[in-house]
Design a protein around this ligand. Structure first.
Ligand code: ADP
Ligand code: MG
Length: 351
């Protein structure tokens, strides 16, 4: 027989709260890589190098040549809600940095062992310090360092056995990491990126700074992809409702792939938009004879007050004002481009 006594409600310990929250922000190794790279980009880096061991479960190491972290800030660096990027809520409306919540580094320390090495301009040496559960494990130690910051995340999910087990069985996280770095490299063409497995001689992603998105795609995705891309632009003119600008590179009728690649930036944030992706996929399926999936790189800019960046724990999605009319506009632009390219189809792949 079921007892009708109401259960007692109690307050969770902070350590439990923090670990649960961290598990939402850092869902898998690739989420940590994305956050660390965003921090390096926010730090005005021109070079970002990633080393990964065991799909990211043993080690994720991100080194940059950015502005570094002040010695005085090291004690609170990995506490939850400590940031140099946001002060008042209203800042969210105009924020240019990718980070704003001061949650990423803290989250990593609740589910992994984090070591930071950093040096700021004009200093003779850097500092190294390790963190656990939000706090410094010891005083920062002086050490030799080159320009910028290196963050090591070790033994990810050491205290979340179920998560660790599921990830160990699916060995595709390194692929996801390479994929996300490739996406960053296509858009942030002024930064050189590399990614390799620990101990490997060769990098699996290696981009050099260039001024052209097409060149970046060529070096990351290959000549055969870059050759079959065409430039696309669209814009909405009504400032009160659907003002936006879009620039991109999309595959033509010669391109053939089994899976769609969609690299989407909205106000310089790498995001996903299921509605837009679907709309583009539908246009390709309806316009092109082959059942080929498209390659799409697209950068959309909107007035910052039309974008809500704070809708997803991993910041993967943003919500847009007038999303429907923007999607429709882009869809019809692509449709007319494909129709005209299809009628002037070339066959350079066939001899
Ligand atoms: P957020 O990016 O939301 O501010 P994070 O937890 O990711 O929060 O980082 C906290 C702070 O640590 C940042 O605001 C930034 O000042 C500093 N920081 C993190 N990574 C770097 C880095 N690679 N270079 C310089 N500063 C960094
Ligand atoms: Mg951040």
């Amino acid at each position: 027989e079921r007892s009708m006594d109401p259960p007692k409600i109690h307050r969770l310990e902070d350590s439990v709260i923090n670990r649960i929250a961290a598990g939402e922000v850092i869902q898998r190794p690739v989420s940590a890589v994305k956050e660390l790279i965003e921090n390096s980009i926010d730090a005005a880096s021109s070079s970002i190098n990633v080393v990964v061991k065991d799909g990211g479960l043993k080690l994720i190491q991100v080194s940059d040549d950015g502005h570094g972290i002040r010695y005085e800030d090291l004690p609170i660096l990995c506490e939850r809600h400590t940031t140099s990027k946001l002060s008042v809520f209203e800042d969210l409306q105009t924020i240019k940095s990718m980070g704003f919540r001061g949650e990423a580094l803290a989250s990593m320390t609740y589910v992994a062992h984090v070591t930071v090495t950093t040096i700021t301009k004009g200093q003779l040496h850097g500092y190294r310090v390790s963190y656990r559960d939000g706090v410094m494990e010891h005083e920062p130690k002086a050490c030799a360092a080159v320009k910028g910051t290196q963050i090591m995340v070790e033994n990810l999910f050491y205290n979340m056995m179920a998560r660790k087990k599921t990830l160990q069985n699916s060995s595709d996280d390194y692929t996801k990491i390479v994929d996300v770095i490739s996406r960053f490299a296509v858009h942030h063409t002024n930064i050189s990126f590399s990614c390799k497995k620990h101990g490997a001689a060769r990098a699996d992603v290696h981009s050099v700074a260039t001024s052209s998105k097409l060149d970046a795609i060529k070096s990351i995705y290959g000549v055969s992809v870059a050759r079959d891309l065409m430039e696309v632009t669209a814009s909405g003119e009504d400032p009160s409702s659907s003002f936006f600008k879009m620039q991109g590179l999309i595959s033509n009728s010669n391109y053939s792939a089994k899976k769609m690649t969609m690299i989407l930036y909205i106000n310089d944030r790498l995001v996903e938009c299921a509605a837009l992706k679907r709309a583009i996929e539908v246009v390709y399926a309806a316009t092109l004879p082959k059942a080929s999936k498209p390659f799409v790189y697209m950068s959309i800019t909107l007035p910052p007050e039309h974008v809500d960046v704070n809708v997803h724990p991993t910041k993967r999605e943003v919500s847009l004002l007038n999303q429907e009319s923007i999607v429709e506009n882009i869809q019809s632009t692509i449709e007319s481009m494909l129709r005209s390219s299809n009628s002037t189809r070339t066959f350079h792949t066939q001899v």
